[in-house]
Design a protein around this ligand. Sequence first.
Ligand code: 5GP
Ligand code: MG
Ligand code: MG
Length: 190
Amino acid sequence: MERMRIADVQDMIDHELVSKAQIAAKIEEAAEQASKDYAGKAPLLVAVLKGAVNTLAAFSQAMSIPVEMDFMSLSSYGSGTESSGTITIRQDLSTDVRGRHVLIVEDIIDSGRTLAWLAEELKRRGAASVEIFALLEKPSRHEVDVDVKYHGYVIPDEFVVGFGLDYDERFRNLDSIAVLKPSVYQGGQA
Ligand code: 5GP
Ligand code: MG
Ligand code: MG
């Protein structure tokens, strides 16, 4: 069976923003740096479900040192697709982070609220260090200061899908990152 490609959903895609090759290049660059920084530290890579799963898979495979991985599911209540800062844990890590060097691998930072909360929470639990890799950042919308150590791409304030990111649970398996046509949002929340 063939992979889903942008051509297959072309009527819904406005344009491709970050290509498959660009995603891979940026992840490899960051993972190479992180492999040096975390040498001998057995870092714990943490991803927030579900959006960051693709990024974590690619990032971990691009690292040249042994790592552990764990996942967390969070919900943030707010209006529409804006996160509110009131975060609830739906599914917690199975790892005790006390004394661990944690690297949060994130798909996208929008307001920064989810990530700011998570970084604080992991520090509260006694992590030896907490750093962040973010594949995408929308800096024009940052409301909370988040200290990102490994940067990916800065993108405009547009709603994007693909490489783990969804609209209404769809488009996660696109292998690149794209902007949807506004017509897709008509009648839905965007
Ligand atoms: P924040 O707390 O930074 O506002 O929320 C970040 C989360 O909102 C991301 O992890 C992602 O789930 C969602 N999000 C923010 N911007 C986008 C976007 O452009 N597309 C998609 N699909 N999700 C987004
Ligand atoms: Mg995310
Ligand atoms: Mg989503």
